[in-house]
Structure formats: structure tokens, C-alpha cells
Design a protein around this ligand. Structure first.
Ligand code: NAD
Length: 344
């Protein structure tokens, strides 16, 4: 080990944990996986073998006692986070904790209080969307005021399937938790109220799961955000956000699939040629990027265009609200390999 290398322990070595080990071992500079912990000894050893010189342990405390790490990635299920985080705070180990921090406010407060007592900010929750290029670009558009005030957010979060033991509560505190963070990130406001509505349930959900659900969030600044959460959507992993401004609409994540370059952002300025009302953007243009801006260029219907015959198209033409059809991205996702992650 050189002095500059950060020794990282990954705790929980199944889906997310193994991903983290791979990223840290093979894609992150000046970090190495020095320890892999899993209650399943075979799993811990198997994943440790994928990282050069990593030791395997079956308990977090064993790893701490061996003084084997400078930092930790915690990737056990959320209901186990509190105990692990309290140990890590006590040991003074900086930790990236997979979401959720914990499944309920009381245990989260206990963790935050312990961290405050330690006098150091040690825990970061893995809300990775804040670091996606498309999300950052949308945040910059919001902050710039280019299209006026942000009025509403429409968010969609779809996963192919749920892991065993996934509950209705986890749909909110394990999955929609990403959207709670996204709303706070985009608006800079705290969330005042949350309403969860359940309608029709897919026959393809695990027994007892009410899926999909609709969540309406209101921030302290009055902004409304609606979330479609659908954890048994079968076709793949799809995360999309549409931001409605006073003078335009900006969408992130139209390309949608886990395997596609979904967050390679490119702002496509609205032009008449790309208006979906008067001609869908070409597939190749869609593929260019995941962030698309559409806005009304001038008062009144676009110049030089005949009023469409179909009532729906006419309404859109008159309102000059240029919305983007989801047909392309749905087609794309359905034809993708479909190996998206389970509920995230
Ligand atoms: N950021 C995202 O998009 C995203 C996506 C999926 C999951 N997650 C989060 O990642 C975390 C892990 O999820 P997952 O799907 O990988 O879970 P998983 O159930 O697939 O794997 C958890 C692993 O932890 C091990 N484990 C259980 N108890 C342990 C203990 N006390 N000590 C050490 N290991 C223990 C299990 O044996 C298993 O190997 C959860 O918090 C989940 O919400 C985040």
C-alpha cells in the first residue's frame, strides 16, 4: 500500500456491495478494497477475491478490530444500517452509506445525534442522482432562472422487479427516498407534506405489494412534485424527471434504460422541427442526450404551421405547450436487454 491509497472496506457483498467492490478495485484511483464483509462467509470470500489483496470478514466489528480500513461503504439492507453506522461513528470511520440512512425517522435521528456528538461529519448517504450529469445540468437550468420560476416536477421511477422481502413501506422509504432527495436537491427547499395514493396494482407484483403508487410531495416553498413509483415494471430500470417552468419544460432521462447512456446530458434547444406536435424528433437526435428543453418561442401558435386536425394535437398547438411523447423511450426500454437492477 502506498501512503496515498485509501483502504476501503465494503460491508454487505451482494448486489450493490459487489458493484462497489468492482468500482473501487478497478475504476477509482488512489483507493483500494482492503476488506469485504458479509455474514455469508462464502460470499465475502468470493467477492474479496475480485479485489487484489482484500481480506474477507463475517462481521463489521472484526474488520474494525483488525484496523483494516480508512473508510467504509455500507451496502447491507437498510434495516441493518443503524447498528453498523453507530459502530462506524464510534470508530471514527468515514462512511458512504447506501440509501436509506435508516428506514424510519427515529433511528435516523439516533444516527445523526451520534454523529453530532462525535464532532465530525462522517456519514454520507449514497444519493447518487445528485452527481448525474443530467441532474446537475437541470439544477443549473433551475438556478439560472432561464425559463422563469420552477413550478412543478413530474418524476417517474421504474424498476423491473423487487427483491424478496420488499414491502409496501419500502416502496416509499427505500425507493421513493431517491425522489425525496431529488426534490430537495432541485428546489433547495424542505418537504412539507407527502401524500401516497394507491390505485390499480399490477398482477406481476410480489404477493401483497401495492404497485405502482403515486406520491405527491409539496415543498415549503409551495412547489408540487408528483412521483410515479413502479417497482415491478418488468421491462427495465427507468428514471425520468420533467421540470415545468413558467416559460418552458425540461426533461431528464428520456433515454431511460439502465444500459443506455442515460445521463449523458445534452440540452436540445426547442425548434419547430423538433416539436413533437409537428414532427417527432428523430431517433438519432433523441439518442444524443437525455436532457431536452422545450419552450414556447413566442406568443401564439408557432408561425407558418397549420392548426392540426386532431383535437389533442390542436389543444397542444394552441397552448404552445410542447411536451415530449414517451413512445420512443418506452420502445427503447422494451427492446433493451432488461437486466436493470431490482428496486432501487
Ligand atoms: N443507490 C441505489 O440505486 C440502490 C440500488 C439498490 C439497492 N440500494 C441499497 O443498497 C443496500 C444493499 O442493497 P442490496 O440490494 O445490495 O442488498 P442485498 O440483499 O442484495 O445484499 C445485502 C448483503 O448484505 C449481507 N448482510 C446482511 N446482514 C449483514 C451484516 N450484518 N453484516 C454484513 N453483511 C450483511 C447479505 O448477506 C447480503 O449479501 C440497501 O440499503 C439498498 O437500499 C441502493
Amino acid at each position: 500500500m502506498t501512503q496515498e491509497e485509501l483502504r476501503v472496506g465494503v460491508v454487505g457483498a451482494y448486489r450493490m456491495g459487489a458493484d462497489h467492490v468492482d468500482r473501487l478495485a478497478h475504476h477509482i484511483l488512489r483507493a483500494r478494497v482492503s476488506a469485504v464483509v458479509d455474514v455469508d462467509p462464502l460470499r465475502a470470500a468470493e467477492v474479496a477475491q475480485t479485489a487484489p489483496a482484500a481480506e474477507s470478514f463475517t462481521a463489521l466489528q472484526e474488520m474494525l478490530d483488525a484496523d483494516a480500513v480508512d473508510a467504509v461503504v455500507l451496502a447491507t439492507p437498510g434495516f441493518l444500517h443503524e447498528e453498523a453506522l453507530l459502530r462506524l461513528i464510534h470508530a471514527g470511520i468515514p462512511t458512504l452509506c447506501e440509501k436509506p440512512l435508516t428506514p424510519d425517522p427515529e433511528s435516523s435521528m439516533r444516527v445523526m445525534e451520534a454523529e453530532a456528538v462525535s464532532g465530525r461529519q462522517l456519514i454520507q448517504v449514497g444519493f447518487m442522482r445528485r452527481f448525474d450529469a443530467g441532474y446537475r445540468q437541470l439544477k443549473a437550468v433551475i438556478d439560472s432562472g432561464e425559463y422563469g420560476e420552477l413550478l412543478m416536477l413530474h418524476l417517474q421511477h421504474r424498476n423491473p422487479s423487487t427483491p424478496p422481502g420488499f414491502t409496501n413501506e419500502m416502496i416509499i422509504n427505500d425507493s421513493v427516498v431517491h425522489e425525496f432527495d431529488a426534490v430537495r436537491f432541485f428546489t433547495g427547499s424542505e418537504i412539507d407534506s407527502v401524500q401516497v395514493r394507491v390505485g390499480r396494482t399490477t398482477s406481476l407484483a410480489a404477493p401483497g405489494l401495492q404497485d405502482p403508487q403515486q406520491v405527491v410531495i409539496q415543498t415549503s416553498s409551495g412547489l408540487l412534485a408528483d412521483v410515479e413509483i413502479f417497482c415491478s415494471a418488468q421491462f427495465g430500470y427507468q428514471v425520468r424527471t420533467q421540470a415545468v417552468f413558467e416559460r418552458g419544460v425540461v426533461a431528464v432521462g428520456e433515454a431511460g434504460s439502465w444500459r443506455s447512456p442515460r445521463m449523458v446530458a445534452a440540452a436540445l434547444p426547442w425548434t419547430r422541427a423538433s416539436s413533437p406536435v409537428f414532427g417527432m424528433p428523430t431517433t438519432s437526435r433523441c439518442r444524443l442526450g437525455s436532457m431536452r428543453c422545450t419552450r414556447a418561442a413566442s406568443p401564439g401558435p408557432p408561425h407558418g404551421t397549420a392548426m392540426p386536425r386532431r383535437p389533442a394535437a390542436r389543444q397542444a398547438w394552441q397552448a404552445r405547450a410542447v411536451t415530449v411523447s414517451s413512445a420512443w423511450s418506452l420502445r427503447h426500454v422494451r427492446s433493451s436487454t432488461g437486466d436493470g437492477h431490482p428496486a432501487a
